[in-house]
Design a binder for this molecule. Structure first.
Ligand code: ATP
Ligand code: MG
Length: 222
């Protein structure tokens, strides 16, 4: 049996309980063997915005994932030259793992509905099963509409299994995950304003942010 591997990409600036909880729920729901968190080195979607240096985002991710039996991280995108493109990352994972891996790429609904702006986005649907995660402020019903208009009209909804099937492309899952109104943008803003971020991030992350004096000034938001 091929390993079922979840991939969670993102900026993780910083990693928060929203990321961790939805990954936990997806692992259980889809019976995955593990989830690899892969922080972007230079996210193509956030040009001109200041993003914390990779090493801080990476250190916080290590603190957040420590001790979890199924959560791993990879610095693959930091080792690749140039911008971070998910298609390149997923191709690389396939090269490393060969035939014995089935990849499930996690994406929040906000990011999914912009997937058509990603580099070579059509190929994503051949490289990985897509797992769309609910996020407050976005409507799950828009998933089918997006797939039909931007990817292919041949996707067929199977509501009992909560997925779309396609004759050639991999499946697109949509989970009934918890809706957690937590975002890194809000966390950075709270820290800059001297407000508490308790219960939005793990205590270890809160400590790391304060010890390293991160996010003290508000920088341009997306
Ligand atoms: P920012 O506000 O800086 O964009 P973020 O909270 O959206 O940060 P990212 O690192 O951009 O976090 O997100 C990585 C992935 O996790 C994306 O696919 C995003 O949609 C998803 N995600 C982040 N937070 C949540 C959440 N609370 N619920 C569902 N999905 C989420
Ligand atoms: Mg985001």
């Amino acid at each position: 049996m091929p390993q079922r591997i979840g991939v969670m990409g993102g900026t993780f600036d910083p990693v928060h309980l929203g990321h961790l909880r939805i990954a936990e729920e997806a692992v259980e729901e889809l019976e995955l063997d593990k989830v690899i968190f892969i922080p972007a080195a230079l996210p193509p979607h956030k040009p001109g915005m200041s993003i914390l240096p990779f090493v801080h985002r990476w250190n916080m991710l290590q603190l957040a994932l420590a001790g979890h039996p199924r959560f791993l991280s990879s610095d693959l995108e930091n080792r690749l030259p140039g911008k971070s493109y998910t298609v390149i990352t997923l191709r690389r994972l396939h090269e490393e793992r060969g035939e014995d891996a089935e990849i499930f790429f996690f994406v929040g609904l906000d990011a999914f509905l912009e997937l058509n702006t990603w580099w070579h986005f059509q190929e994503l649907f051949r490289l990985a099963h897509i797992v769309v995660l609910r996020r407050p402020g976005y409507v799950l019903d828009d998933v089918g509409d997006f797939l039909h208009r931007k990817v292919s009209p041949l996707f067929v909804d199977e509501p009992d299994s909560r997925l779309f099937r396609h004759p050639e492309l991999l499946t697109v899952h949509y989970l009934r995950n918890s809706c957690l109104a937590i975002s890194s943008t809000d966390i950075r803003r709270l820290v800059a304003r001297g407000r508490s971020i308790r219960y939005l991030v793990l205590p270890e992350i809160m400590r790391y942010i304060h010890e390293n004096e991160l996010y003290r000034t508000e920088y341009p938001q997306s």
